[in-house]
Design a binder for this molecule. Sequence first.
Ligand SMILES: [Ca+2]
Ligand SMILES: [Ca+2]
Length: 228
Amino acid sequence: MLLRLILFFVAVGAWGQCSLEVDVDGDGRQERFEMAAEKSALLLHKEGLPRPVVIDANVTSRECYWLEIFGRRGLVVLPHGMQVRFYQFPGDARKPWPYRDLYSFYTASWQGGLIQADVDGDGVPDLFCGNYWIQSPPSFDLPWRLYAINAYHEHPLSASAQLHWDGERLLWVESKRPRGRVVWFRPPADRKQLWIEEAHEANRRYDCPQLSLIDGKPAISASTHRCQ
Ligand SMILES: [Ca+2]
Ligand SMILES: [Ca+2]
């Protein structure tokens, strides 16, 4: 169980800053992405290289994720919790990583907890992030569309929740808030309208409640770290 928990936390990023291990180039060895917060630099550490590869020298993100979008593999970060930015793996990690902002948010709260799921059932993966789901276009170069699930934004970190999609419902875990909300959201018939809230037994029970997956099922626990 410990290993599964560790794998989960690696996947969502370390406390406070992006830190992610993945075999980027398929050579059987893990590379490591890191946000060097003091430099606002997004780095890739690869065994055998004399120094880390600078993917971006001027970006700040708490979270990072390795995703495949339209057959392109790459790193997604959330600069200042206000954008969804995709850096495409250029084939050779040392080459420049071209990026594209898939979406920019205009909300007061920092958006977080990105996951990939086919929300509208058209066979193409969409994204959940913060208060929203973001509908994939039919091809990479077209714009994505944003739909609100809820309107929680009373605190700058309200929407930096941890999220889990069980195929039918979205679990929202306010992991950076004292007595954080833990709520299921069920989609209405028209998924482009606000989603329907359902109580979870852990709602408002813990300071900075933490989501982990045990055998694929979500579990909620109290934070063992300082809330951040
Ligand atoms: Ca590798
Ligand atoms: Ca879809």
